[in-house]
Design a protein around this ligand. Structure first.
Ligand SMILES: Cc1cc2nc3c(=O)[nH]c(=O)nc-3n(C[C@H](O)[C@H](O)[C@H](O)COP(=O)(O)O)c2cc1C
Length: 189
């Protein structure tokens, strides 16, 4: 069983998180721990017209558990809890900066700090444009600490025809980073 933390923050692109959740939750060998920031929820409602719980009701619930963003009593807050990897998708510059500074003011920041200290894979789907020197410095700090900075930059060599195809070209790379590529994964052959 692979245990993955999926954190959703308030950057544009909540659809990336939804595609990732749909693909992870189809896998019997995967268990997803989901944490959504308050702005993550607000942007999701803005962009998709549905709340987190409305989206979750359409997903298999056997292998997904939702954790409160403020719940630092969650087992996820401890490095002793067995977790294989964490993805922040999409990742705001605010959360990225807090993680780079080692803050643990909420469960997403704490989990990211734990993931780094335990030397587990941390994948940050960082979404902002253009990027300031502060954003770039924070990304370099995190990359040097072992995180993977994976901005949602689409590929066009697979000839995407729909927005879903473009979204999946990033989700494919996230699944590659998790070593969880599936049969839908497209590559340059
Ligand atoms: C519609 C909308 C889109 C946003 N897009 C981004 C974005 O792409 N990147 C970013 O860093 N912040 C973005 N923000 C700002 C963040 O939501 C804001 O900084 C928030 O405090 C982030 O908190 P969180 O990281 O805890 O989710 C957006 C806000 C809104 C309302």
């Amino acid at each position: 069983m692979k245990r993955i933390i999926v954190a959703v923050t308030g950057a544009t692109g909540s659809v990336y998180a939804l595609h990732l959740l749909q693909r992870l939750c189809q896998r019997e060998e995967v268990f997803v721990h989901l944490v959504v920031s308050p702005w993550g929820e607000r942007v999701m409602v803005e962009e998709t017209g549905k709340t987190v719980s409305e989206w979750l009701s359409a997903l298999p619930s056997d292998n997904l558990r939702l954790h409160e963003h403020t719940d630092l009593y969650s087992p996820l807050a401890s490095g002793s809890y067995p977790i294989d990897a964490m993805v922040v998708i999409p990742c705001t510059m605010g959360s990225l900066g807090s993680i780079a500074c080692g803050l643990s003011a909420n469960l997403i920041e704490r989990c990211a700090g734990v993931t780094l200290k335990e030397r587990r894979p941390l994948i940050l789907v960082a979404r902002e444009t253009p990027l300031s020197s502060i954003h770039l410095q924070n990304m370099l700090t995190l990359s040097n600490a072992g995180a993977t900075i994976l901005p949602p930059v689409p590929t066009f060599y697979c000839h995407p025809k729909t927005v879903d195809d473009i979204v999946d070209s990033t989700v494919d790379r996230v699944l590659d980073s998790l070593r969880l590529a599936d049969t839908k994964t497209k590559r340059w052959e």
